[in-house]
Design a protein around this ligand. Structure first.
Ligand code: ZN
Length: 185
């Protein structure tokens, strides 16, 4: 199955908006979850200068298997094997305990494909930025600082591919750390 880029990205955005329609981010603003997906897609499309429509589509879809009733086969049928494969690469095995999933993200990151590493960079940038501007309401400072340190470990294995994205991640980390420390001070 082949699509031109605009149709592919639009179809993915629409599918993600429907699947995540009832989900909100965990901050005080309760932003619609699609805002996170749109941010990740925008980061990647800018950083790769619009060259990889399939990857931008995968950004919109990256949490559908983990967080919505969506199967890998469904993604394969609707979006093709390449996009489904990238989404699978960034999907945790939810049958495992949370701590084990987080540990696995660190130890498996280096072996991921280039596309999956770029997606992880953009995803982590969006999540860390949120800790600066609108953190989950039930997170204290220590939990936020632990998350930032964990994200740095994962992303340490995803470097050397795109300096724009790496700079965005590093800026998000410094901003979030400063914001968290100023809140607990
Ligand atoms: Zn995400």
């Amino acid at each position: 199955m082949t699509f031109d880029g605009i149709r592919l990205v639009t179809r993915a955005a629409h599918f993600a908006a429907q699947r995540h329609a009832d989900q909100r981010r965990k901050g005080r603003r309760c932003e619609p979850y699609i805002n996170h997906l749109a941010e990740v897609a925008a980061l990647l499309s800018e950083a790769t200068e619009g060259e990889d429509a399939a990857l931008v589509a995968a950004c919109f879809l990256h949490d559908t298997i983990e967080d919505t009733p969506t199967s890998p086969d469904e993604l394969r049928d609707l979006f093709g094997d390449d996009i489904a494969a990238v989404v699978m690469e960034v999907t945790d095995d939810k049958s495992l305990p949370k701590l084990e999933r987080k540990r696995l993200q660190i130890v498996t990151a280096a072996k991921k494909s280039r596309r999956a590493k770029l997606l992880k960079l953009a995803d982590a940038t969006s999540n860390v930025r949120a800790l600066a501007v609108d953190p989950p309401t039930d997170w204290d400072g220590d939990r936020a600082l632990d998350y930032i340190a964990w994200a740095e470990q994962v992303i340490g294995h995803c470097r050397g591919l795109n300096s724009k994205l790496e700079h965005a991640f590093d800026a998000a980390v410094s901003g979030a750390r400063a914001a968290v420390l100023s809140r607990v001070a």
